[in-house]
Ligand binder design. Structure first.
Ligand code: GCU
Length: 341
């Protein structure tokens, strides 16, 4: 029911937006998206709430970009999956009905399995390590351009998702505690394999459906960072957050390639500089947001549980061999590992 409503809302929003958007939805190349130099207000799809650091940093990005380009470009951030869940948002950015979006690495893994290297538990030791790797042109240059021809999508870099852990309505201290539990995962073969390896039964599902599924018992649990655990109110329906810390997750900023290429050199530079300031701001906000989310979730009745960390890392130890099988996947993973410390 909720899924249906969301899909209808998203379709309606897009129709409404293209109806009220002026000539800026088609540029001189005939490509859809915001045109260059005509006061283009770029639409950005996000699946988080307005309290989330990603919304805050991106909203500030829009304000700064507008100032820097004398109003030639601005960004309107649509939160809460208003423009669709991430799988749809990715398609819309490609076809130009939406200009930009934040999508999890798991979505990109479905278009190019090289992205699995960075969705792998153990790829990153910390947020700092992750941000260094994913903004290192030498490591990611080819990867980020890899969807331009096939999907008309350019990747610009990313935001951390912080450390992800499992939550449910009972503590999970060992892999054995996950036996028989249906745990929501993002739509990725690797993450399905990850939850199975940890001892649970994986159910792939869009982010916005998780609360209702936990509430109704379709799911027994899910896995995410503390910030989403609190801002999505999942703590209300899954009050035990068990610190499996199985992964430092990663979101990417994507843009329609024609929109990016349609910018004048000056505007494009302002845009790219603005984005650098934006992911730096996000990283600064992240640690405090995580602490605040823990405090707020605890005040709302959540319990944070320590786990048998060695047992979980042992359970995950064969995942790399199983899921990183190509030379390019292995090279990306190794490049990340070499950049640690
Ligand atoms: C995090 C991440 C989102 C992702 C979500 C999920 O909140 O920031 O981009 O969609 O996890 O688990 O689906």
């Amino acid at each position: 029911m909720r899924k249906h409503t969301l899909a209808v809302t998203a379709a309606f929003s897009i129709l409404a937006l293209s109806a009220c958007g002026s000539g800026d939805t088609t540029d001189s190349t005939g490509a859809a998206g915001a045109g260059a130099g005509d006061g283009a207000d770029m639409r950005l799809a996000l699946n988080q709430t307005e309290e989330h650091p990603s919304f805050i940093a991106l909203d500030n990005f829009g304000t700064r970009l507008s100032e820097e380009t004398d109003g030639r470009y601005s960004i309107e951030v649509y939160p809460n999956e208003e423009l669709g869940a991430q799988a749809e948002a990715l398609q819309y950015v490609g076809d130009g009905s939406v200009d930009m979006g934040i999508v999890s690495g798991t979505q990109l893994e479905n278009l190019n399995d090289d992205f699995a290297a960075f969705n792998m538990p153990g790829a990153f030791d910390s947020v700092e390590h992750q941000m260094n790797v994913i903004h290192d042109e030498e490591i990611v240059g080819e990867l980020y351009a890899s969807l331009e021809e096939s999907n008309n999508v350019t990747i610009l870099g990313g935001f951390t998702q912080g450390t992800r852990s499992i939550y449910s309505d009972a503590p999970v201290e060992t892999p054995g505690d996950l036996a028989g539990l249906k745990i929501r995962v993002q739509e990725s073969p690797l993450h399905i394999g990850m939850i199975e390896a940890m001892g649970g039964s994986a159910t792939p599902m869009a982010f916005g459906e998780v609360y209702t599924a936990l509430q109704s018992g379709v799911l027994d649990g899910a896995e995410n960072n503390e910030v989403s655990y609190f801002t999505q109110k999942h703590f209300e329906v899954a009050p035990f957050y068990s610190r499996t810390n199985h992964l430092v997750g990663l979101d990417y900023l994507i843009i329609n390639t024609d929109v990016l290429n349609g910018m004048s050199e000056e505007d494009r530079q302002a845009f790219l500089d603005g984005w650098t300031a934006t992911h730096e701001e996000h990283t600064e906000l992240w640690a405090a947001a995580t602490e605040q989310a823990i405090t707020d979730a605890e005040a709302g009745g959540a319990t944070f549980v320590e786990v048998d960390a060695a047992a979980f890392s042992e359970a995950l130890s064969t995942l790399q061999d199983e899921f990183l099988t190509t030379d390019s996947q292995k090279a990306l993973f190794e490049a990340s590992r070499s950049a640690a410390n």
